[in-house]
Design a protein around this ligand. Structure first.
Ligand code: MN
Length: 228
C-alpha cells in the first residue's frame, strides 16, 4: 500500500550479460576531456588538470540499441565511452580501495548536441541541454568485473556505417577509473547503482538518421546503435 500522491517513476534497470538480473541505476556522472587527443580536438589543454564532471539523468541510459535523433540540434555527436557501474560507494574512498566498488563495465555512448553545448559553453552556462536529453546515453549489457577483470587498457573503437571514426586505448585515460571513483567520492557520496562514463578518445563527429554506430572495447565485445 503506497502513500505516493502521484504515479511513482520507474526504476531504471539495465541488463547484465549472461544473467536475468538487472542493474538499478541511481546517478550518472560523466567526466569531460579524459583523453589528451580529444581535449586537443576540442581546443583545450591536454595537460593533467583536476578532472571535471557533469551529470546525465538515470533514465537517459538506454539499452535498446536505438538512438532517436533529438530535436533542436543539427550537430549531434557520438562519444564512445566505457561506463563503470558501482556496486557500493561511500565518501573519501582511498585510491587503493576504489576498484573494490566496481560492479562491472558496459559499452556506452555520451551522445551530445554539440551545437547547443557550444552555445552554453560560450555563455558560461551549464551543459544539460547539450548532454542530458532523452536517450542520450545508449548503453550495452553490463559485464561484471568477475568476468572482465579490471579494465585499465585495451582498444576502444567506434565505427559508423563500417568506417572507423574513433580509435583509442583505455590506457590513454588521463584520469584512471580508480582515480575518478576516489575523486568523485571526495565531493559526493557514491552509492550502489551509480554509473561513471569514463570519457571519449578523439574522433568525435556528427551522426545522421539511418547511421549505425558500432562500439567495441577489448573485453566488452561490441554494441550497435542505430540512429532513428
Ligand atoms: Mn563524454
Amino acid at each position: 500500500m503506497s502513500n505516493y500522491a502521484i504515479e511513482t517513476p520507474p526504476i531504471v534497470a539495465l541488463p547484465i550479460a549472461g544473467s536475468d538480473a538487472l542493474f538499478p541505476v541511481r546517478r550518472v556522472y560523466c567526466i569531460g576531456r579524459n583523453y589528451a587527443a580529444h581535449a586537443i580536438e576540442m581546443g583545450h589543454n591536454p595537460d593533467r588538470e583536476p578532472p571535471f564532471f557533469f551529470q546525465k539523468n538515470p533514465n537517459n541510459l538506454d539499452p535498446s540499441g536505438e538512438f532517436p535523433y533529438p530535436p533542436h540540434s543539427t550537430d549531434v555527436h557520438h562519444e564512445a565511452e566505457v561506463a563503470v557501474m558501482l556496486k557500493s560507494g561511500g565518501t573519501n574512498i582511498p585510491l587503493d580501495e576504489a576498484e573494490d566498488h566496481v560492479f562491472g563495465y558496459a559499452l556506452s555512448l555520451d551522445m551530445t548536441r554539440r551545437d547547443l553545448q557550444g552555445e552554453q559553453k560560450k555563455m558560461g552556462r551549464p551543459w544539460e541541454i547539450g548532454k542530458a536529453f532523452e536517450r542520450s546515453a545508449p548503453v550495452g549489457p553490463i559485464h561484471p568485473i568477475e568476468s572482465t577483470g579490471p579494465l585499465n587498457d585495451g582498444a576502444i573503437t567506434l565505427k559508423v556505417n563500417g568506417e572507423t571514426r574513433q580509435e583509442g586505448d583505455l590506457n590513454q585515460m588521463i584520469w584512471k577509473v580508480s582515480e575518478m571513483i576516489s575523486y568523485l567520492s571526495e565531493y559526493f557520496e557514491l552509492a550502489p547503482g551509480d554509473v561513471i562514463l569514463s570519457g571519449t578518445p578523439s574522433g568525435v563527429a556528427a551522426v545522421e538518421k539511418g547511421d549505425v554506430m558500432e562500439l567495441a572495447v577489448d573485453g566488452l565485445g561490441s554494441f550497435s546503435v542505430k540512429v532513428t
